[in-house]
Write a protein that binds this ligand. Structure first.
Ligand code: GAP
Length: 453
């Protein structure tokens, strides 16, 4: 089951501390959100799951964490200055701006007036100045994607790791787009994170690799609780392709607001490495990138079987963290009708994504011995390194179960009077609500087995 509306999810996110409107106390900032105590855990777990599959489970991918501030020249030569824009119209009546593709029947979506300007391109990149002087020389951009610094670090990574194709560079990080109409909660925002892999391959093998990465990514989504049935593949029409792409396959997911893009998997060809190489050639740094291995900037690579130099093609699976969180939460969301007619709201999150792994509950909040054993149990579990383990000392077990069902906590452990006699605890499963009793000595192994990816 999924949420019936975005409001259901938004309300759960606020109530339980997943996601808050940023600067809410000052009226909020449109298209900017903060992740609360549960949100930051979910986000970290999701990024770890991506890194695990992209870097740790492979032998052919290196990681990178590059800067957000990006010199103007990088985004000039990448083509973003020229093309990374949305067509915009101004309403002469109410003075509001809208995206041209949001205009229906030639009317302003805010006031209905037909007094609109012709569409003009509006660049989505945020500008800033680096250093104390604000002039054309010092201006830089906040990166709109993480990919460009993967390309500008290509030579550094190849030189320091002796990689040859096929191999990839993975990066997760903040990206910024001055979206004209941020909307649908965290679906379209102005500050977000992207999980991106640039996978470098020999030209000619690119189309096979493109298909391979589509399959791998679908498997990954399944492991995060987003089943294959929930995703549709969309072959982006030629006219809608980004300026760098030869072909893009979008993974479309049924969000509460409708079917929309979750991840894009693009064949970027040799566009980016090629255009940064051309720029360096102009500066005389790479007179001949195809033969000069020691040139200052080398964005080509050598085929060790033929000794030929070539600029690799790039396959790029690129997924937004916020959209991933929205999809994962939506898939996990359920309102279950219980036998007694009551309802419970729960998040059936895969255990490795759950923000809190185990909540330990003393049956009596003021019973010194019971609370002390509960605290000791928490400490022991915390040192397993599985993530957050919390003490829930409200004394109201039923209420605590409801709270942790909504938080997606897979297991609740209760310490009661019997524990003081035989050192056993009750473990209650979130999904089935079944309870088992286990010796405390077996708890660590049980929890580890249940939580590991
Ligand atoms: N480097 C390729 C690239 O940036 P993109 O399709 O523009 O491609 C990649 O963005 C992913 O980032 C999208 O599939 C989406 O998940 C996410 N994304 C893009 N714009 C976003 C926004 N304004 N808010 C939230 N996520 C966004």
């Amino acid at each position: 089951m999924t949420a019936k509306s975005m409001e259901e999810l938004t309300s759960l996110c606020k109530r339980r501390g997943f996601i808050f409107q940023s600067s809410e106390a000052y009226g909020g900032m449109q298209g900017i959100y903060d992740f609360g105590p549960l949100g930051v855990e979910l986000k970290n777990n999701l990024k770890t799951a991506w890194w695990q599959s992209m870097v740790y489970e492979r032998d052919d991918v290196e990681g990178l964490d590059a800067a957000i501030l990006t010199p103007q020249k990088v985004l000039h030569y990448s083509g973003h200055e020229e093309t990374f824009s949305d067509p915009l119209v101004d309403c002469r009546n109410c003075k509001k701006r809208s995206r041209a593709d949001h205009i229906i029947d030639g009317k302003c979506p805010y006031c209905g007036s037909t007094e609109l300007t012709d569409p003009r391109p509006f660049n989505l990149m945020f500008k800033t100045n680096v250093g104390p002087v604000e002039d054309e020389e010092s201006f830089a951009y906040l990166r709109p994607e993480t990919a460009q610094h993967i390309f500008t670090n290509f030579k550094n990574v190849v030189d320091s790791t002796s990689r040859t194709v096929p191999f990839g560079i993975a990066q997760i990080g903040k990206s910024f787009r001055n979206e004209i109409t941020p909307r649908n909660f965290i679906f379209r925002v102005r500050e977000f994170e992207i999980m991106e892999l640039e996978y470098f391959v020999k030209p000619g093998t690119d189309e096979d690799w493109h298909q391979t990465w589509v399959d791998l990514r679908l498997d990954w989504w399944e492991r995060q609780g987003v089943s294959r049935n929930a995703i549709q593949l969309h072959n982006v029409p030629k006219d809608d392709l980004a300026h760098y792409s030869k072909a893009t396959l979008d993974l479309m997911y049924r969000f509460p607001h409708g079917m929309d893009e979750l991840e894009g998997i693009a064949n970027r060809t040799d566009f980016d490495l090629g255009s940064h190489t051309k720029h360096q050639s102009k500066l005389g740094l790479t007179a001949d990138v195809k033969s000069n291995r020691d040139s200052t900037v080398r964005l080509a690579i050598q085929d060790l079987s033929t000794n030929q130099w070539f600029v690799p093609f790039v396959i790029e699976p690129s997924a937004g963290v916020e959209r991933a969180i929205l999809a994962v939460l939506n898939e996990a969301y359920e309102i279950e009708r219980l036998e007694n007619g009551a309802e419970r709201t729960l998040l059936r999150l895969p255990p490795h994504l759950a923000p809190i792994k185990v909540a330990v509950m003393p049956l009596k909040r003021n019973h010194e011995q019971i609370v002390s054993v509960a605290r000791e149990t928490v400490k022991k579990l915390q040192f397993l390194g599985l993530g957050r383990i919390t003490l829930e000392n409200t004394g109201n077990i039923g209420k605590s179960y409801r709270k942790h069902d909504e938080a997606g906590t897979p297991m609740c452990v209760t310490v009661d009077f019997q524990t003081l006699e035989d050192d056993t605890v009750t473990i209650r499963d979130r999904d089935s609500m079944d309870q088992i009793r286990l010796p405390r000595t077996e708890l660590s192994a049980h929890v580890t087995e249940a939580i590991r990816m």
